[in-house]
Design a protein around this ligand. Structure first.
Ligand code: NDP
Length: 257
């Protein structure tokens, strides 16, 4: 795989710490020779990211603040990325947010405010960043987001986040149609359950992991490196004929009834 992404500038959004799916993706991309630009929201995430980059010997092109809930923040981030990189060839959207109270009990009780926040941060954010990324993808490009099975099926406690992921996957298809004429592809990875900071907010997460280990065709859970390699594939020319797709990286769990 080494050399696959040499000369490609890829923006990675969503590293909070070493467990983040986005960090698994960053490692796969780095091994493939890509130039990496990171965006972060919290200062704590920047600190973790800086430490990780140093530890792994990864030289990032830049680390840029970006709150995807704010249009002005997104515009400022991509203006800075343009200054630094000029052209970009790929974008990784690995971002979601929901308040913890909404991720338990009955979906019916979701408040309007929680619902909006989950949709805005987790689904609309892809639309908003795709619009800015397009301006810098003058040589074509590939955008990959991270989804979950709760988009397709009722997963206990996933509630409004499942509805947000359904909107995210539909957005992938509409964006793929809009951006295809510019040779920009848009796809999602639907990852299996992985222990991360965000996953801590989902009630009963350990039970989900236990069930997957017992029942998934591969009889195990997946890890960040497997999602990283699949995302690398979707970002690379190896997947040049694929757009509007949701690729499951979940040890096959989604095929079960
Ligand atoms: P992490 O907590 O490691 O990553 C979530 C990231 O989202 C953080 O970097 C956080 O940044 C960022 N974020 C949230 N809100 C905003 C915002 N308004 N602006 C900018 N960044 C924001 O968890 P994961 O790696 O698990 O999550 C990454 C993606 O993978 C999510 O979309 C998640 O739904 C998806 N996924 C996760 C699965 C799992 O089991 N873990 C399974 C399938 C999909 P900060 O901390 O700086 O606010």
């Amino acid at each position: 795989m080494s050399g696959l992404m040499v000369g490609k500038n890829i923006v990675i959004m969503g590293v909070a710490n070493e467990r983040s799916i986005a960090w698994g993706i960053a490692k796969s991309l780095h091994e493939a020779g890509a130039n990496l630009i990171f965006t972060y929201r919290k200062e704590r995430s920047l600190q973790k990211l800086t430490d990780l980059l140093q530890k792994e010997g990864v030289q990032a092109l830049d680390c840029v603040p970006c709150d995807v809930a704010e249009d002005a923040s997104i515009e400022a981030a991509f203006a800075r990325i343009q200054e630094k990189a000029g052209v970009i060839h790929g974008l990784v959207h690995s971002i979601a947010f929901a308040d913890k109270e909404g991720l338990q009990g009955e979906f019916m009780n979701t408040s309007r405010a929680s619902y909006h926040q989950a949709q805005d941060s987790s689904a609309y954010s892809l639309v908003a960043v795709a619009k800015e990324a397009k301006k810098l993808m003058t040589e074509g490009g590939s955008i990959v987001t991270q989804s979950y099975l709760g988009a397709e099926r009722v997963v206990k406690n996933y509630n409004m986040m499942g509805v947000a992921k359904a909107a995210l996957e539909a957005s992938v298809r509409y964006l793929a149609e809009d951006l295809g004429k510019y040779n920009i592809r848009v796809n999602a990875v639907s990852a299996g359950a992985i222990r991360t900071l965000s996953a801590k907010g989902v009630s009963g997460f350990n039970d989900i992991m236990g069930t997957i280990e017992e029942k998934a065709p591969l009889r195990r859970n997946v890890d960040q490196s497997e999602v990283g390699d699949a995302t690398l594939f979707l970002l690379s020319h190896l997947s040049r004929g694929i757009t509007g797709e949701v690729l499951h990286v979940d040890a096959g769990y989604h095929i079960l009834g």
